[in-house]
Design a protein around this ligand. Structure first.
Ligand SMILES: Cc1ncc(COP(=O)(O)O)c(C=O)c1O
Length: 369
């Protein structure tokens, strides 16, 4: 008997297509340098781990909304770290990592077939997945192209995954004004905002210079995965327009989208401390300073890549060729085509490996000079 269910049609999971290159890179005698996925390898900050441990005895259901302490810590952190102003603790909502929110936001906002979601032309794949789950249509938009008429939701992502590109105050403010004129919600994925490179100044959509004094129609999505090494905890939050956040809270309460209480305590500790974020930033700056020139010397051009966790590199050839060439050196990276057709000649090189592995990658590149 065929069971009559029809799961949503989604793209093939792209990482499965890297099996051959992964095998090649893993066979390197000095071991693989895996720079294909942006997963942190440095330890969880001690103050954060202790907060999690102290909250182990949490038998009751946690609040979907998060504790008041967590929401206040989020508002304070955004103020201290990014100059965010005018945000109230009521307009903060913890999420089970940010991928979960990215995947479900169109559905939670009530978007459906015929609705348009605008995403960057080179984008984190889950924006498109989220539109598909809601049955909506995705339109890719380059930074210098106008938003599509009828857009209901506009995703922004600065610093960008995969390109590391930063949108300045003017560019962000222009996008916000354009989206507001269309009546669209702006969701700004600020996963990498806490990791500016030297000389770059990423800004939040909740910065008053961007929003012009009103948070109306704006949501900022913040993940603690990369800035606090908490990818394994699933720790993120969304904040912004109080009416939108209240609407999301109402649906998420019904749907059981709740962050575990020990994780809420860990998030509160992480958001109350800036020292570990500064350390994280220094680590990635040092890794960028080793890897970028090594890739450039061996003939790759590195575009953008001024902030965040990735180097966006091209040899001016199809990305799979560059991927294969690097795999021969035991270095595994992600093909740019994962992020959109405009990435067909680039590879994305993550800085998320130990200093020793990053040095090994640089040495292997130098051996080809
Ligand atoms: C742009 C962007 N948004 C969201 C996420 C999801 O992060 P998490 O679910 O760990 O918060 C990632 C992860 O790599 C990302 O690159």
């Amino acid at each position: 008997m065929t069971i009559p269910v029809s799961f949503p049609e989604l793209p093939d999971f792209p990482w499965d297509s890297l099996a051959a290159e992964t095998a090649t890179a893993r066979s390197h005698p000095d071991g693989v340098v895996d720079l294909s996925v942006g997963t942190p390898v440095d330890p969880v900050p001690e103050i954060v781990a202790s907060a999690l441990q102290e909250a182990w005895n949490s038998p009751g259901y946690p609040q979907t909304w998060g504790t008041p302490q967590l929401r206040t810590a989020a508002v304070d952190a955004l103020g201290r770290r990014f100059g965010v102003d005018g945000l109230i603790p009521d307009a903060v909502l913890p999420t089970i990592g940010s991928k979960e929110l990215v995947a479900w936001l169109p559905t939670l906002l009530g978007l459906r077939s015929g609705d348009v979601v605008a995403i960057p032309d080179l984008a984190y794949p889950t924006y498109e997945v989220g539109a598909m789950l809601a049955g909506a249509t995705t339109v890719r938009v380059a930074d210098d192209e106008p938003l599509p008429a009828g857009a209901r939701l506009v995703w922004l992502n600065s610093p960008s995954n995969p390109t590391g590109r930063v949108l300045g105050v003017e560019a962000l403010a222009a996008r916000v004004a354009e989206a507001r004129a269309l009546g669209a919600v702006v969701a700004s994925d600020e996963c990498y905002l806490g990791l500016p490179g030297p000389g770059s100044e990423p800004v939040s959509v909740l910065d008053p210079r961007v929003h012009g004094g009103s948070l109306e129609s704006l949501l900022a999505v913040h993940s603690l995965s990369k800035t606090s090494q908490l990818a394994g905890y699933r720790a993120a939050f969304v904040a912004g327009d109080p009416t939108l956040v209240a609407g999301l809270l109402a649906v998420r309460k019904h749907a059981g989208m709740i962050v575990p209480r020990p994780v809420q305590e860990a998030m509160t500790a992480a958001l109350s401390d800036d020292a570990h974020v500064a350390e994280t930033r220094q680590r990635y700056d040092a890794r960028r300073a080793v890897l970028r020139p090594a890739l450039e010397k061996v003939g790759l051009r590195v575009d953008h890549s001024e902030a965040g966790l990735y180097l966006w590199a091209t040899a001016g050839k199809p990305c799979r060729e560059t991927l294969g060439w690097l795999a021969e050196l035991g270095i595994l990276v992600a093909p740019g085509e994962f992020y959109g057709p405009a990435g067909s000649e680039h590879v994305r090189v993550a800085l998320t490996a130990s200093d020793e592995r990053i040095e090994a990658a640089a040495t292997r590149c130098a051996s080809r000079l």
